[in-house]
Ligand binder design. Structure first.
Ligand code: SAM
Length: 213
């Protein structure tokens, strides 16, 4: 259920386009966990971040049905590109149809497989990204951070989703589950890293905006 606060925020943020509305409906019909999709407000935030930063090369870790990839790619200037990583090959057809509907099929490349393997390969190839969106397995966030650090340059931005521990950091159990433990380790590693600057925003379940100095 959408809270009154979330409703107010959504109603006073720019609206998603037709392709995004279509994809949200399809995701609700066809997938077991439609809540994983970033949604209208966060999607608009991602698009604006790309526009404001001027990022041209973007990496997304955790594509799901391709909603946030559309938002990221919508903010790109001519010649920009999104590489998005997804372990579940059953989502490919829906992603490709959505990106075609959005007219962004040439700007987004889906890489099916384990994100950590791809990032190792991309680092060996010397790829560099201006903006990285982390939104996959919370247990693996500390590993993503290590891998991402060899794929970014000074001034690159990292956006990390779901960092606010289910929205209740004050109610942490004494023995947190592996997802929560992964997020705790990630948040500590980011804030104590002298090469990174970070602000945690209370958007949905928390979104950290991180810059490499
Ligand atoms: C929260 S969803 C991503 C939502 C998407 N960014 C959006 O906003 O629409 C997380 C996705 O990460 C994928 N995933 C989890 N672990 C992964 C891994 N090690 N490598 C690649 N993808 C992974 C899951 O299959 C899932 O589709």
């Amino acid at each position: 259920m959408e809270s009154p606060q979330d409703k107010y925020i959504r109603e006073h943020s720019s609206k998603p386009n037709e392709a995004l509305d279509w994809l949200q409906k399809q995701t609700n019909i066809l997938t077991n966990y439609p809540r994983m999709l970033s949604g209208a407000v966060q999607g608009e935030f991602l698009k604006l971040m790309v526009e404001i930063s001027g990022a041209a090369n973007i990496l997304e870790i955790g594509c799901f049905t391709g909603y946030s990839a559309i938002c990221l790619a919508s903010g790109l200037k001519e010649g920009g590109h999104v590489d998005t990583l997804e372990i579940n090959d059953e989502l490919e057809a829906l992603c490709l149809e959505a990106w075609t509907r959005a007219g962004l099929q040439d700007k987004i490349q889906l890489h099916i497989g384990n994100a950590l393997d791809y990032m190792e390969r991309f680092a060996q190839e010397g790829r560099q990204y201006d903006l990285v969106y982390i939104d996959a397995n919370k247990r693996e966030y500390p590993l993503y951070l290590k891998a991402v650090k060899s794929l970014i340059h000074s001034g690159s931005i990292i956006l990390a989703d779901d960092v606010m521990l289910g929205g209740k950091p004050e109610e942490l159990p004494s023995r947190p589950d592996k997802q929560t433990a992964g997020l705790l380790e990630f948040n500590s590693a980011v804030v104590s890293d002298p090469e990174l600057e970070v602000v945690m925003l209370p958007l949905r379940d928390g979104l950290s905006l991180i810059k490499k100095l």
